[in-house]
Design a protein around this ligand. Structure first.
Ligand code: FAD
Length: 332
């Protein structure tokens, strides 16, 4: 394979019903750093129906070029259609690196494209950098249940592809003065290429939490002892203008929905303030929250590992401390 034919960093610009998924902006920010190190452009790849209007937003957040594949059959995400269009575009334009958010769509799409394009994929990355010597991308991800971090390269094949966890990379401030090129992709797609049909999109009735966008997260763990304990956590979160997070132990116990889970198999978060209540600080939980700006830990065991990453530690019963804090903040 002649690797020199491949250039540019591509970002899959996932959108749903005309709204760009937040991780795309994070990937554009990260893509700019990678592209600088290898001296290429950052390109967004936008698929959908009547989505051209989103191209400008992608440029504001860091894209030099936006490839727009606009087609009625791309209105809703289907694995077959999106795989075909992106694989065709990879064959035509030969990107060196392609990044996808590790969202439900990205996790479905990226492996199929990797198989079709006959290349590798590193899933669920939490760190990306360029090897200064051979300019390959070094893709870091947790391995063996989060007990070690593995750095993976794709030596022989192109493009080099990764899915990247939402909430890990830094998005850039939007810049209205940024200029970029918009390129319309020639979409060759027939209805017979798609083996599934979207009949209806049903919005989840349950309350959705946006952990990744929250400035303040108050999380509860097994130390709560029961589902009702989350009412106490919610009171503090409300008083602080934050949202409720949880450890996996609390989720697995059925006390709260998985959408609240912080950590390796939940959401990675980076709020201004993270309050961990009755959470021991297992490595898989820390992997999702330790880069928060300020961490407060409340735990009755003074030797709990959470105190090693905490900026402020309160040793005691959360059922005494959390209501006191909620009251104090409610009075603010
Ligand atoms: P525990 O470890 O049981 O800790 C409970 C804590 O509460 C203790 O420290 C205790 O001292 C304290 N406590 C008890 N009562 C009180 C009280 N009244 N007041 C104050 N403190 C009290 N975990 C995650 O959180 N997120 C993940 O994404 C995740 N992914 C995983 C992926 C893999 C592959 C594996 C193997 C594990 C994963 N885990 C994850 C699970 C993780 O290893 C831990 O089991 C889990 O984080 C423990 O949750 P916890 O801290 O709530 O419970």
């Amino acid at each position: 394979m002649d690797l020199s034919q491949y250039k540019n960093v591509w970002i899959f610009a996932e959108q749903r019903q005309g709204v760009i998924t937040p991780v795309v902006k994070e990937l554009l920010g990260e893509g700019r750093k990678l592209a600088k190190d290898i001296g290429t452009d950052v390109c967004a790849v936008l698929l959908g129906k009547d989505v051209g209007c989103l191209a400008r937003e992608l440029i504001r957040y860091g894209a030099d070029k936006v490839y727009v594949a606009d087609h009625p059959l791309l209105e809703n995400f289907t694995t077959d259609a999106y795989t075909k269009v992106i694989t065709d575009a990879i064959g035509t334009y030969r990107p060196e690196i392609v990044l996808y958010g590790a969202t439900h769509i990205g996790r479905d799409l990226a492996p199929r494209i990797a198989a079709k394009a006959n290349t590798g994929l590193t899933a669920d990355c939490t760190g990306l950098s360029i090897d200064p010597q051979d300019k390959k991308i070094m893709q870091t991800r947790p391995a063996f249940g989060g007990n070690l971090m593995a750095t993976i390269i794709c030596p022989e094949h192109r493009p080099q592809m990764s899915t990247v966890r939402p909430g890990v990379m830094q998005k850039l401030e939007p810049d209205d003065s940024r200029q970029g090129e918009i390129i319309n992709v020639d979409v060759k797609l027939e209805a017979s290429d798609i083996r599934t049909q979207v009949l209806e999109i049903v919005k989840s009735a349950k309350e959705m939490v946006s952990l990744t966008d929250a400035d303040v997260i108050v999380s509860g763990g097994r130390g709560l002892g029961n589902a009702e304990g989350f009412a106490v956590i919610k009171k503090l979160a409300d008083a602080m203008g934050g949202v409720v997070g949880a450890s996996r132990a609390a989720v697995d116990a059925g006390w709260i929905d998985h959408s609240h889970q912080v950590g390796q198999t939940g959401t990675t978060v980076k709020p201004k303030l993270y309050v961990a209540c009755g959470i021991s600080g297992a490595i898989q939980h820390l992997a999702g929250m330790q880069s928060s700006d300020i961490i407060i830990a409340i735990n009755k065991n003074s030797r709990a590992p959470i105190f090693e990453v905490a900026d402020y530690g309160l040793v005691g019963d959360l059922y005494e401390i959390v209501p006191m804090m909620a009251e104090a903040f409610a009075d603010e």
